[in-house]
Design a protein around this ligand. Structure first.
Ligand code: SF4
Length: 358
């Protein structure tokens, strides 16, 4: 069968499975790339009316707490520190503006494509302090850890990180513990699964009795993931399935996990929309304290103040879809983004604006 015929077959089977079902199936994907690819390919339009594929907290920029952005911007405004950041972060607004605004006012903010590039910049300018904005899930944490290890090996004292890495499982647990959020099963994040392995989701299946399916990023793979979840739910099963074995092994990438464990320990982390969750982030180990910008510059996080009218919190947790925000597509667009979900190329609001606006 060619991909088109396969897609038709999956779509038909899904419709047959849920035909006449009064209670809708709420399936959540927790991955920015799934969000974008599902929107771009029109997968949602193939869903029967009683199957909802909801986007969860899978966009790393979107889940970064506003108080962290504020700390980063304040650090950049000191004048003696250069902020190194991945591209999307630069436009996310904090209470006192974004890194982009700070740069316009004279702060030294540089976009890098890798931690190695950040290290190289720090080596070239030994007289200046550089702080890397370390955000993202388990996917980007190994590269941050490798940079810290390298900086330590070279005694590169003008390089540090401001850690805000997040762990995906505590977020899934928090959503499942919230009576307001209805989730019948998870399309598990693809990139994160490559690192942590499919078996990491076993507790979601055994403790919460929610089926989990790991799948790839193509439209056909996403549809297959949805179909497998629906099959399980309709048959009363609760299993962990890995439909992406070519990239995801049961135990993940041990080298990447070792790198993370070498530099970080799980710690309390502040998430946008989900609040502070214990053991949901990565703190720098004492051994590498000299490379932790929180300690190096004595930074304390303040309070969160969400942009007025923005419902990113609800969007991130699947309680609302972007078109329910009164700012969507009018005041808030990718060019003039109000909240992080519209700033980030993996944000749900931006994906809806580009591909599902109509
Ligand atoms: Fe926030 Fe803009 Fe999304 Fe509304 S449309 S929730 S303002 S990012």
């Amino acid at each position: 069968m060619n991909p088109r015929e396969l897609m038709q077959m999956y779509t038909r089977e899904l419709s047959d499975l849920v035909a006449g079902r009064a209670t809708p199936l709420n399936l959540m994907e927790v991955c920015g790339t799934h969000t974008v690819n599902a929107c771009r390919s029109g997968v949602h339009s193939l869903m029967p009316p009683n199957v909802r594929l909801i986007s969860g907290p899978g966009c790393p920029v979107c889940v970064t707490a506003q108080r962290y952005i504020d700390a980063l911007v304040a650090l950049g405004r000191r004048g003696d520190v250069t902020i190194l950041t991945y591209g999307d972060m630069i436009r996310v607004a904090g209470a006192g503006g974004s890194l982009e605004i700070a740069r316009g006012e004279g702060a030294d903010v540089r976009v890098v494509t890798s931690t190695l590039e950040g290290l190289e910049i720090a080596r070239r300018e030994p007289g200046r302090q550089f702080v890397f904005a370390a955000v993202g899930f388990e996917t980007t944490a190994p590269a941050t850890a490798a940079a810290v290890l390298q900086a330590a090996a070279e005694s590169l004292r003008n390089f540090s990180i401001l850690p805000a890495h997040k762990l995906v499982l505590p977020a899934m647990r928090t959503l499942l513990n919230d009576p307001e959020v209805k989730i019948d099963g998870f399309v598990c994040p693809g990139h994160v699964s490559v690192i942590i392995g499919s078996e990491a989701y076993r507790p979601i299946v055994s403790e919460y009795h929610k089926p989990c399916v790991v799948t790839g990023f193509e439209a056909l793979q996403i549809m297959q993931g949805v179909l497998h979840l629906a099959r399980q739910i309709v048959r009363g099963e609760t299993r962990l399935e890995n439909l992406y074995p070519e990239a995801v092994s049961p135990q993940g990438n041990p080298h990447a996990v070792t790198l993370i464990d070498r530099v970080f320990v799980p710690g309390t982390s502040a998430w946008r929309a989900l609040g502070e969750m214990p053991e949901s982030g990565l703190d720098v180990r004492e051994e590498f304290a000299a490379f932790d910008a929180f300690r190096k510059f004595n930074i304390r996080l303040g309070e969160d103040h969400e942009p007025r009218g923005c419902i990113c919190g609800k969007v991130i947790t699947g309680r609302a879809v972007p078109v329910e925000c009164r700012l969507f597509g009018t005041v808030c667009t990718p060019v003039y983004a109000v909240g992080p979900c519209m700033v980030s190329s993996e944000g749900t609001c931006q994906a809806w604006f580009k591909y599902r606006r109509h």
